[in-house]
Design a protein around this ligand. Structure first.
Ligand SMILES: Cc1ncc(COP(=O)(O)O)c(C=O)c1O
Length: 417
């Protein structure tokens, strides 16, 4: 910071002390995203196949956009409810009941609109959740490799992200990621406030079993920690059932915050809308945090989101089937080269793979832009344990993925290993 803002107090020309106003240390503490670096490098390249960004290439479907446009035409252009319009909160509660109702509602009670708070995407839900549970100097555990925004959002708060690396190993000849709960327990200190659990995981595709979740919940209960459950890819799975959720095992008293988003299930990344699920007792605090950050989400997007929940199942299922095809094309195509090590992801839409003979994945990602015309995200962006991997998004048109595989296989054959 001193290098960038080298203005220590000095004597002014007229005598009195002059101070240079400086940005807060927290605002400068967040690292630059390693994904953005490669993205910028590849920007504007003719014919590049961009697999670095985490989103589907489908445009938001018309029935969702129509709801937003109707809202605009109806003049819904005023300030709105800070926690979300009642119709959307009710639609979220009904959606959660349909997909996560059993056995949750027996143990905890019916989902209620009052436990859902509409936010500007999952990212804003994350920011609010972290503000609720961690302040300056507090520690938050993050199993890594992980979505870089966990680390960044904590850094700008002045809190301390504590990465806990997962293991990439082979079980019965099958590659997989493994979460070591003892390692998480050993990372807890008196300053630890929260454990983030992202399942299915971006970038690895690791998906917690009920037993994993049970162990993590017990650990959190024992140490009085918050759990921040990021289950945004929970329905993007490939075996006809959603991923296990903390909803399946929690009791009413458990301290769990869930972040969710419309971005991935309904191809709405650019509309920026999601939700935070929190114990109802926190409602005044959450509403204040919304008021003093965004003051709420634009009503037309909330109408669009309501349409997604109420009419969006056919679209969701067709997109999921396309994503499943993408997973097979990318995984099987690259696996055949014999130079790739990857766990077949159980959920999400990323292949996270190591390439034999290519340990420097930042350099590898740049080279793949230049020499294969394919954009991938370097594993260095995802924290400890991910450095030797690259992440490729397979929520893409199958023919485009086939072409990406063809280019990558050619590059691998040329480079020889
Ligand atoms: C694990 C995870 N959580 C949350 C988000 C937030 O998504 P958004 O802010 O688009 O809703 C993302 C987006 O990539 C993600 O990968």
């Amino acid at each position: 910071m001193l290098e960038r803002f080298p203005h220590a107090p000095t004597e002014g020309a007229q005598g009195p002390l002059v101070r240079k106003a400086e940005p807060s240390p927290e605002s400068l503490a967040a690292p630059e995203s390693g994904i953005v670096e490669v993205f910028q490098y590849g920007r504007g390249r003719q014919g590049l196949i961009p697999l670095y960004v985490g989103e589907s290439d489908c445009v938001t479907p018309p029935f969702i956009l129509d709801a937003a446009m109707q809202s605009l035409r109806d003049g819904e252009t005023f300030y709105t409810y800070q926690a979300g319009v009642p119709e959307l909160r009710a639609a979220i509660a009904a959606y959660m009941s349909r997909h996560y109702g059993q056995p949750y509602e027996q143990a905890v009670g019916p989902f209620s609109p009052e436990q859902f708070f509409v936010t500007i995407g999952g990212m804003h839900a994350l920011q609010i959740a972290l503000r609720l549970v961690a302040g300056s100097g507090d520690e938050v555990l993050i199993p890594t490799p992980a979505w870089p925004n966990f680390h960044g959002a904590l850094s700008v708060l002045g809190a301390k992200p504590v990465p806990v690396p997962m293991d990439f190993r082979s079980v019965n000849g099958k590659a997989c990621w493994h979460l070591d709960v003892d390692r998480i327990a050993a990372s807890i200190t008196p300053a630890t406030r929260c454990l983030i659990v992202n399942t299915p995981s971006n970038p690895t595709g690791w998906t917690a079993t009920i037993e994993d979740l049970q162990q993590l919940l017990e650990l959190a209960r024992r140490h009085g920690l918050w759990l921040l459950a990021d289950e945004i890819y929970g329905r993007l799975t490939f075996d006809d059932k959603r991923a296990p959720s903390f909803h399946d095992i929690m009791e009413k008293e458990d301290s769990i915050l869930f972040l969710q988003t419309f971005s991935k299930n309904w191809a709405m990344t650019g509309l920026r809308i999601g939700w935070l699920e929190a114990p109802r007792a926190l409602a005044p605090a959450v509403e204040n945090l919304i008021q003093y950050s965004t003051s709420g989400v634009a009503t037309p997007w909330q109408r669009a989101a309501t349409a997604a929940l109420e009419q969006g199942e056919p679209f969701f299922h067709s997109m999921l089937s396309r994503i499943g095809k993408g997973r097979a094309i990318l995984h099987d195509g690259l696996y055949r080269t014999g130079r790739i090590h990857a766990a077949l992801p159980d959920g999400g839409f990323y292949l996270f793979c190591a390439v034999d003979g290519e340990p420097d994945t930042r350099r590898l990602a740049m080279r793949l832009v230049d020499e294969a015309n394919v954009g991938v995200a370097p594993g260095t962006a995802f924290g400890p344990g991910g450095e030797a991997f690259i992440r490729l998004c397979f929520a893409r048109e199958p023919d485009l993925l086939k072409e990406a595989v063809r280019r990558l296989c050619l590059w691998l054959a040329r480079e020889g290993g």
